[in-house]
Structures are given as C-alpha cells and as structure tokens.
Ligand binder design. Structure first.
Ligand SMILES: CC(C)(COP(=O)(O)OP(=O)(O)OC[C@H]1O[C@@H](n2cnc3c(N)ncnc32)[C@H](O)[C@@H]1OP(=O)(O)O)[C@@H](O)C(=O)NCCC(=O)NCCS
Length: 408
C-alpha cells in the first residue's frame, strides 16, 4: 500500500498537532521567595547580592514549584543529594506529567490505548528506567507503545521531541498505518535550587539560574491523520517543517553539570549574543526548506508569523525583537509564558503553543492586528517555534493552521 492509496491523490502526508495539555504545579513564587531562601542559608556576599539583583530584575512575575514554601527542602540545613532530588522528582514529577498528558489526551478526544508512539523528554532527572515508563503505565498506554526518552537536549527538548515524533509518524504513514504520538515534557528545575545556591556560594560568582527557572509539565498529541475517528478533534496545526542545527563555536556556553547534589546550570553571558547571531539564518533556512512556503516572498517577513520563541531569559526575546524586527504582539505569548512561569526548560515552548491555541479558540477576532492575513479567530496562519538546547543547538519548527472549511 502506498501513501497515495491511503490518503488519496492530491493530499500530502502530514503530521498534525491534535491535543495539548500543560500543568504548572500549585506553589507560586515571586522573586522575593528566592531572595528569602538565599539569605536564609548564605551570607550576603557581593556574588550573592549580584545574583539577587539579577533575580529582582528578571521580569518574571511568578515561577511555580512542586515544593510548597513549607517543604523541608527549603528549610533543611543540608543541601539535598542527587539521590534525594531523584526521589522528589518521582514523587511530584510523575503525577504532574500524568496530569498534563491527561489534559492533552482529553483535548485530542482519542483513547490512551490508541497512542502508538511516545517521545518523552527531561533534563532534570536521570533515573533508569526513565520517568516515561511509570507515566505511560498510569495513563493506561499499551505495553508495546514505541517509547523513546530524550536527555541532554535542555530547553530545545520540547521541539526536538516533536521533530523525532514527526519522523516516526511519517514512517508509519509510509506503511499506511494509523499513528498517534504523545510528547511528554516534565521539568522540575526548582528541585536543584539549593544546589545552584550552594555552587554560587562556593565559587562566589553570580548565578542567573536562581532567578530564571520554574517547574512545568507539558504534553502534546500528534496524529498522522490515518484512520481518524469521529471523537478525535480537528487538527490545531500541521507540522510543516522541523530543522535543527548545532551553533558553531557555542561549545561550553550552556551546560547543565551533574554533581553529587544534582544539576548546576552553566549559563555564559554570551548566550543571548550567539542566539542573536543565529536566528536570522535559522529563520531563512526554515522558510527556504519548507515546501509550499519557500516560493512566496511574503513568507520571508518574520512579522507575518506568531512566534513561540523560547524565553531562556528576557534577553532572548529582546534579541528576537532586535534581529528579526518582531513586535511584542508577534511574541505576546512568549512574553506571557516568561512572566507567568519563567524558563520551564523543554516544556516552555509547549506552554507558549498552548497559550496561542487557547487564544485562537477564544475566537475573538482582533481586526486591528490581523488585517486580512489571517483566516479565523485570533492569531497568525503560521507559527514558528524556536528553542535552544545545551550544546548549543537551535531547534525550529513551522506550524500551519488549517483553513476553516468553506461555508456555503
Ligand atoms: C538574566 C537576565 C534576565 C537579566 O536581565 P537584565 O538585568 O536586563 O540583564 P543584563 O544583561 O543587563 O545583566 C544584568 C547584570 O547581570 C549580569 N549577567 C547577565 N547574564 C549573566 C550570566 N549569564 N552570568 C552572570 N552574570 C550575568 C550582567 O553582567 C549584568 O551585570 P552588571 O550590572 O554588573 O553589568 C538577562 O541577562 C537574560 O535574559 N540573560 C540570558 C539568560 C540565559 O542565557 N538563559 C538561558 C538559560 S538555559
């Protein structure tokens, strides 16, 4: 059986986003929380004072943690070991991921047993077996669901997972088989806050991580469009193209270093500069390599897209505005996710996509912003998602919203 036999002539094989779910944990922390924590355990040396100044100026209103303010983690004298952090991840991260997945599955409308593939990602846990196994069991997925767990890809992991799943689903399309993939991202960087502070104290160097990271789990269902049942929702976006590239000369700038007390972020000051130097080339390459998009001159204007741009820090969004000429409207949901949640590692872009989807579903048409470039509801026809992983690696995906059915 060929793809044409399955889909009919004239229809291109596509992978679509058909469900999204995002779960932030309940404990909400303003910048004053990190400040009180730091001063509870350490003297206000110049390095700590600088760290706290950066924390105050992050422009993040709230971050979320799986650990409430009374949890002994924040108060105990001893910095937790990586083994203790692993226990915390399993206790809180697995249920958080299950909740996000259930939301995504409910949004999609299919049954857990119909999920054929899982691509999970985290950089805040290293246990073997990985966290994805228990999550899939609790969701009731079949034992022979094809699972992979990505690690070592940092904030780029959400988009890397979509890229990997897209390739898997197109493989199933080639064989004429129905396929549905569940993407699972679960990141709990706050369980290493004590480790970050301890490292800052030992090295007496300012640490921006204290003010940036928050916890979140996010999930997404992808479909190859074969054997769609009535209960399954209409696709939100088609995945038009995924590109990934290692950024030359960026080695050692961004790392998440493992030690006896867990992970410590190494975040070089040059990262926003390197990102600024890379995004125009990445954008042009994405447009040029996307069939059906490359030939239209207007598609080379970054301003026609909505941008799910990973806010690694506020400076990332400023770089996107300066280099690509984007307005705060183009980046509105990236700014919103940054302000309300901070940098939640690989789950951040999925949270931004979820915010764009919800805005679109609210159905309010904003004539002033939309002009005639848009088909329906709020938001641009196409969305570009961008995220940067350790290495540094740049991941970019172009999504396209489907035109609404013609009305008589
Ligand atoms: C952290 C951040 C939000 C602070 O915003 P800001 O206060 O407007 O930023 P500035 O660039 O003006 O820096 C403020 C101070 O922080 C210092 N700083 C910035 N980045 C730093 C870093 N990575 N490490 C140590 N210090 C840093 C600056 O040197 C400056 O110090 P100074 O006042 O003594 O000159 C912003 O610098 C940012 O977004 N950085 C990118 C973070 C990043 O790479 N994230 C990736 C995580 S995976």
């Amino acid at each position: 059986m060929t793809v044409t036999d399955v889909l009919g002539s004239g229809q291109k094989p596509a992978v679509s986003v058909v469900g999204i779910g995002v779960e932030y944990p309940p404990s909400k922390q303003g910048p004053e929380f990190a400040e009180a924590l730091a001063l509870r355990h350490y003297d206000p040396t110049p390095a700590l004072q600088k760290t706290l100044e950066i924390n105050r100026k992050s422009r993040i209103e709230y971050r979320y943690s799986v650990l409430d303010p009374d949890h002994e983690y924040w108060h105990q004298h001893q910095v937790p070991t990586i083994r203790e952090c692993d226990v915390i991840f399993k206790q809180y991260g697995i249920p958080l991921a299950v909740d996000a997945c259930n939301k995504a599955i409910e949004d999609w409308g299919g049954l857990p047993a119909e999920i054929t593939h899982v691509v999970a990602v985290t950089c805040t846990n290293t246990s073997n077996p990985g966290f994805d196994g228990p999550v899939c069991q609790r969701l009731g997925l079949r034992n022979n669901t094809r699972r992979v767990l990505l690690h070592g890809v940092g904030c780029g992991g959400g988009l890397a997972a979509i890229r990997v799943a897209q390739e898997m689903l197109l493989g199933a399309t080639q064989q004429g088989k129905p396929a549905r993939a569940l993407i699972i991202s679960c990141e709990l960087p706050t369980i290493f806050t004590r480790t970050e502070l301890d490292s800052m104290s030992k090295e007496q160097r300012p640490n921006v991580a204290l003010g940036l990271f928050g916890d979140c789990a996010a999930a997404l269902v992808l479909s190859n469009g074969i054997g769609v049942k009535r209960e399954e929702r209409v696709p939100i976006w088609d995945v038009l193209n995924c590109e990934t590239t290692h950024l030359e000369g960026s080695e050692g700038l961004g790392e998440y270093k493992i030690g006896p007390n867990g992970y410590v972020a190494k975040i070089d000051k040059k990262i926003p500069l390197v990102i600024g130097q890379s995004i125009q080339g990445g954008f042009t390459n994405l447009v040029t390599s996307t069939p059906g998009v490359a030939s239209e001159t207007s598609n080379y204007n970054p301003g026609i897209y909505d941008w799910a741009f990973h806010p690694g820090g506020y400076a990332f969004l400023l770089a996107a505005q300066t280099v690509l000429g984007l307005s705060s409207y183009n980046l509105r949901k990236a700014f919103e996710a940054y302000s309300d949640g901070g940098n939640t590692v690989s789950s951040t872009v999925i949270s931004i996509l979820n915010r764009l989807k919800k805005e679109r579903e609210s159905g309010v048409k904003d004539e002033e912003q939309q002009g005639d470039r848009f088909t329906s509801g709020k938001g641009a026809d196409k969305v570009i998602a961008v995220a940067f992983g350790h290495g540094l690696t740049m991941e970019m995906i172009m999504f396209s919203k489907l035109a609404p059915p013609a009305t008589a």
